[in-house]
Design a protein around this ligand. Structure first.
Ligand SMILES: *[C@@H]1O[C@H](CO)[C@@H](O)[C@H](O)[C@H]1NC(C)=O
Ligand SMILES: *[C@@H]1O[C@H](CO)[C@@H](O)[C@H](O)[C@H]1NC(C)=O
Ligand SMILES: *[C@@H]1O[C@H](CO)[C@@H](O)[C@H](O)[C@H]1NC(C)=O
Ligand SMILES: *[C@@H]1O[C@H](CO)[C@@H](O)[C@H](O)[C@H]1NC(C)=O
Ligand SMILES: *[C@@H]1O[C@H](CO)[C@@H](O)[C@H](O)[C@H]1NC(C)=O
Ligand SMILES: *[C@@H]1O[C@H](CO)[C@@H](O)[C@H](O)[C@H]1NC(C)=O
Ligand SMILES: *[C@@H]1O[C@H](CO)[C@@H](O)[C@H](O)[C@H]1NC(C)=O
Length: 364
């Protein structure tokens, strides 16, 4: 009979509090010093709070009661929809947007989850996003903050997010009425780190879930960054720049370029990348989030099931047509391989050198 027992406890505590208060008051001289009066007051308040907590604990075992209370407190955006039978913790993350630009029609009562893919350039987030968008019920709208004007100040950032989450953002990826998860891709250097406080507040208020996507091998990322910026200048594919390719031939052409890395800057730069990623996860640790690594998603497709579960999506097999650009061993991809090898030997980054895990030129 745990409930009976705790109500008994409550009585004991109550008596204890009042008893102590009485003795204190009785013992006090007529001209009670202000400090003593304050002590008595604080003590009484503490007792009150304690009693309240004990009372709340007694309600706790009755789960249906709590659920009932919460559903009353948190308004659904569309109250005429039937109860979606969610776990209690899920409620803040489920929404019924009312787009201004169209009607959700038969899907008006399908709940929608909000997400943001937080990543760094050349970490596989483009590929990851095409995989997500292969799901009928996902709209991931690309790097909306790659345009500087949209991230010039916090109010502009929040306004653009409002538009995405209200389903009023239009991109080639936007589905219409039957989206069950909507979001976009955001690079850490696109106003995210500078405005993290406001953004975290927004994520918590609106129930946005963060999907971190990082790359374990930061050396491969660095090569990719160099190769991509070289191609931006040189436009190797018939005069057009492509950051993602769709055929093995295109991939081979782009992989011909071998960057030369500045050995002096190598370790400081790797360290900086590592710290940026750590700082970002630290900033967002109080939001609902998941941390993924590109290498893990490539090597283990069940990671994608984990993501679908995280977003409350019905499970689908997800496919992308993008081809990986760099598939040969690292030693063939860096012009000054010897230098790089010498610099990283014996440091915590040595493991980046011996990395053959992604080796086949597969259509992913
Ligand atoms: C709310 O859901 C009902 C279906 O139960 C739908 O007819 C109505 O249009 C929805 N309202 C909004 C604003 O989405
Ligand atoms: C998912 O990818 C497959 C294979 O490329 C394609 O046939 C299908 O249409 C895609 N589905 C969506 C919703 O994009
Ligand atoms: C924020 O930036 C937008 C777009 O650049 C601009 O139109 C707006 O006036 C700015 N607002 C503030 C408060 O600075
Ligand atoms: C997914 O989309 C289809 C239509 O494309 C719709 O029938 C279905 O209800 C949607 N599922 C969810 C969970 O929203
Ligand atoms: C470049 O253009 C030519 C002729 O239009 C075409 O045959 C070739 O495949 C193109 N190369 C690539 C890499 O797109
Ligand atoms: C490497 O970077 C340092 C610092 O920016 C610079 O002083 C040095 O000249 C660079 N070395 C090469 C080989 O470019
Ligand atoms: C693949 O990922 C799943 C879920 O993320 C995990 O449980 C499983 O152990 C992984 N398998 C391998 C071989 O790493």
């Amino acid at each position: 009979m745990p409930i009976y027992l705790s109500s008994h406890h409550l009585k004991m505590d109550e008596e204890l509090c009042f008893f102590n208060q009485d003795t204190l008051v009785i013992k006090a001289p007529k001209k009670t010093p202000l400090i003593l009066r304050m002590v008595v007051l604080l003590f009484t308040m503490a007792c009150g709070v304690y009693i309240c907590l004990v009372c709340l604990k007694q309600i706790n075992p009755n789960k249906t009661m709590i659920k009932f209370l919460n559903i009353k407190v948190i308004d659904y955006d569309n109250e005429s929809c039937p109860d979606p039978h969610l776990e209690q913790w899920e409620i803040p993350y489920v929404h019924y947007p009312k787009p201004r630009t169209f009607e959700r029609n038969e899907c008006a009562c399908n709940p929608v989850r909000y997400f943001a893919i937080l990543s760094m350039q050349r970490s596989g987030s483009g590929w990851f996003e095409t995989l997500l968008n292969n799901h009928t019920n996902v709209s991931s709208n690309g790097e909306i903050f790659s345009i500087p004007d949209r991230r010039r100040n916090v109010s502009s950032i929040l306004k653009n997010m409002d538009k995405v989450y209200n389903l009023d953002w239009f991109s080639s990826a936007s589905r219409n009425e039957c989206s069950a998860a909507v979001g976009f891709k955001w690079m850490l250097n696109q106003g995210l780190m500078e405005n993290h406080e406001e953004i975290v507040k927004y994520f918590k208020k609106r129930g946005v879930s963060a999907i971190f996507l990082f790359r374990r091998n930061l050396l491969r990322r660095m090569i990719s960054v160099h190769a991509n910026s070289y191609d931006k200048e040189a436009k190797q594919l018939n005069g057009t720049h492509k950051s993602h390719v769709h055929s093995p031939l295109e991939a081979q052409i782009l992989a011909k370029y071998k960057p030369k890395l500045n050995a002096t800057l190598l370790i400081p730069e790797l360290k900086q990348d590592e710290e940026t990623a750590a700082k970002a996860t630290q900033y967002f640790k109080t939001t609902r989030h998941i941390v993924l690594y590109y290498e893990d998603v490539i090597n283990n497709r069940t990671k994608l099931n984990e993501v679908q579960k995280f977003l409350g999506l019905p499970y689908r097999e997800l496919k992308s047509r993008q081809v990986k650009i760099h598939t040969t061993p690292l030693s063939n991809q860096i012009e000054n391989w010897e230098d790089v090898q010498k610099t990283l030997k014996g440091t915590s980054y040595e493991s980046f050198l011996a990395d053959y895990q992604v080796s086949s030129l597969a259509l992913l």
